[in-house]
Design a protein around this ligand. Sequence first.
Ligand code: FES
Length: 570
Amino acid sequence: MSVTLRSQHWFGKEGKDGFIYRAWMKNQGFPDFEFRNRPVIGICNTWSELTPCNAHFRELAESVKRGILQAGGFPLEFPVMSLGESMMKPTTMLFRNLASMDVEETIRANPLDGVVLLCGCDKTTPSLVMGACSVNIPTIVVSGGPMLTGKFRGRDIGTSDIWHFSEEVRTGKMTQEELGHAEASMCRSRGHCAVMGTASTMACMVESIGLSLPENASIPAADSRRKVLAQMSGLRIVEMVKENLRLSDILTRNAFENAIMVNAAIGGSTNFVIHLLAIAGRIGVPLHLDDFDTLSANIPLVANLQPSGKYFMEDLYYAGGLPAVMKELDNCLHHACITANGKKVKENYAAADCYNRDIISTIENAFNPVSGIAVVKGNICEDGAVLKPSAASPHLMKHKGKAVVFENIEDYKNRIDDPLLDVDEHSVLVLKNVGLKGYPGMPEVGNMGLPKKLLEKGITDMVRISDGRMSGTGFGTVVLHISPEASAGGNFALIQNGDWVLLDVENRSLNIDLSAAEFQKRKTAWQAPPLPTDRGYVSLYIKHVEQANLGADLDFLKGHSGSEVSRDSH
Ligand code: FES
């Protein structure tokens, strides 16, 4: 082996220091030869029973270990903070950066030559990749895989149906008992959400950007081939250490551009934007919010997956998986980007076949010509906001309506179903103070439910704008991530009931019809809301979190410190 193993700065030492590093490993029953001049591979595990999407990861880690051992490496599994999307209050996004710190410092502080990141539920992917980028040793990602498609009363269901079910219950079309049956029918296997939500979006991101083996994104969690992929990834990480193939070799500007184009073709989540900006910030690749719009402008939607389409991740796998999607984009993608298996990205998809054109269309006969992320700007979103055109209603893409303003989430919940609320289908629902500092943590409340009285009239979509996020499983004509957010003093804080809101997606603009003098008057009168807390991590977060258009990382975490640790522990 030509590379000097980082782990030998621990295990290769003579005298007292080496004794201590080795002796306390031997208490686990490892023989001496295991960690002498063998690549030591960390398996960074987000297993937790509080993260149901990742609850099968102990088993997956065993497959990774088999591969590492077979390749002559020494696997050491370690836990990191796990972020369960379905459980954590007020939102997992509040803790993404905290988890990334755990990952970064754990990798750097320990005798690791390479690392396998076990990612699944939404934030577990960006937090692990962000942390690993700040250390930059050889790294491969193994995703946990999507759940099997839900089956409910003769039809396929997935997480996007929660929004439909919720509105059916509110309007009396579905009983609570039926809702209970739907719960069990939807989450019937291990794995993360089965639609193209944020977890699947991020699994596709790691595959398209080159951080995993091909097929990582779509093999169902319950399919035995998921374990095979995990084992093969274990085999491969040992080789990556020998080749000294680091994250910075894979994560080039061109690789980021590939990921953005693929995200457009699959109808990926708006959360992709915020997480990719943060990852780019860690590895030091220049990436701007506008890049997401520019690079996806000519990419149609070729994957017919919920919430933009009809099918589920399981179907995508059987139809040819992400490689078949990427093959359709061959004319757009950068071919030479190196990927985790040591091959150029084109080599990974060149031989892919599509087995079902209803699920993966050709680019010429695309499922939907509209895709990607539209970035709008204007006098209430000076630094930008995002909208997912493929999940929006075409007739609302250019719209003028009167604002119905909710000052915060409690205000929204208290008044949305009030029969006296002055709202009709032409109104624009505005939700403030659900951003990074304001909530805090920017929860997925941006696709707020419609007023009951409009649902009863059969209205299914309205323009909704907020400084929050939307679940990747959500849909509708929703403008999200308004930057700067209301609580940070952005003009969005100044919008009032009855203001005319003008959304023009084609011209990428979002404004309110307000004179400069009135803007100034409101600005002078505006007062920053009180901080929700002045202690602990949340206080640190509120003080240091950057705005959504920059990736919402903590300002002092941007960039990387590398893998060197100059001082020993004893
Ligand atoms: Fe974990 Fe949807 S709740 S991926």
